[in-house]
Design a protein. Structure first.
Ligand SMILES: [Zn+2]
Length: 185
């Protein structure tokens, strides 16, 4: 009988709930130990909400409160994304863990649709450099301008945002296609 679930158990129970954020147990900013959710008071490993922007501020929020949209009324926004009035953009803005970025980096929109955040990328996530470049979202920069980033990518898959280097590539997916944006410390 498990009387005292470990942190790993708390995480595994709760990690399946975010449509647009694949691996919150690895890539979302979490509290290092169980803490009382600032919204409902439940004691568990929560999302660290210290960096969430908004009129109000809270320390942390549990999986259930975040997923169920408790931040909408509090006017706290873990993510920035172009607001096209869709349910998807609302879900990403208020009901999804924050991207583990260095700067305030907007969630991309791909041809009017919202991709899912997969991970902080390594070379393992791409077939080769050309594949990497083909997946770049050309917005303010061209592929030529970001070619050098390939050489900075870690060789091995990252197991946590804590493994990220000062230059991070954020990998997204939509309809089985990869896309990425980047930022730096
Ligand atoms: Zn809560």
């Amino acid at each position: 009988m498990l009387l005292f679930p470990s942190i790993a158990d708390y995480r595994s129970i709760n990690v399946m709930e975010f449509k647009y954020f694949k691996n919150p147990d690895k890539f979302a900013f979490l509290t290092s130990e169980p803490e009382a959710c600032s919204v409902c008071g439940k004691l568990e490993v929560c999302f660290d909400a210290g960096g969430y922007s908004g009129i109000n501020s809270i320390d942390c929020i549990c999986f259930e409160c975040l997923a169920s949209g408790k931040l909408i009324d509090l006017d706290i926004e873990p993510n920035m994304i172009f607001d096209d009035g869709s349910e998807a953009s609302k879900t990403i803005t208020y009901k999804t863990p924050a991207l583990p970025t260095w700067q305030e980096t907007a969630w991309p929109t791909i041809k009017g649709r919202q991709p899912t955040f997969e991970c902080i990328a390594s070379k393992q996530d791409f077939l080769n450099k050309q594949d990497f470049l083909d997946c770049f979202i050309e917005d303010n920069q061209t592929r030529e301008e970001v070619e050098w980033i390939w050489d900075t990518l870690p060789d091995k898959k990252l197991s946590s945002y804590e493994d990220a280097s000062d230059i991070s590539v954020y990998l997204f997916s939509l309809d089985n296609k990869k896309y990425w944006v980047w930022d730096a410390n």
